[in-house]
Design a protein around this ligand. Structure first.
Ligand SMILES: [Zn+2]
Length: 59
């Protein structure tokens, strides 16, 4: 069983927010094992720290 994660972003500069869902495999492929993930805001390109939490909802 692989876990799923929800990555939440909230840009302090322009105020936009979003959430991305990734499987454990996708998360590691993109970000490695880093505990902190930094993403670029797609609106203003500011680099911000994203919040990663385990997605416990079943689909
Ligand atoms: Zn922004």
């Amino acid at each position: 069983m692989s876990k799923n994660y929800r990555i939440k972003t909230s840009c302090p500069q322009c105020g936009c927010s979003g959430a991305t869902h990734l499987s454990e495999k996708e998360l590691k492929e993109r970000y490695g094992d880093l505990p902190n993930i930094e993403l670029e805001c797609h609106e203003c390109m500011m680099v911000m720290e994203a919040e990663v939490e385990e997605d416990l909802s079943k689909e």
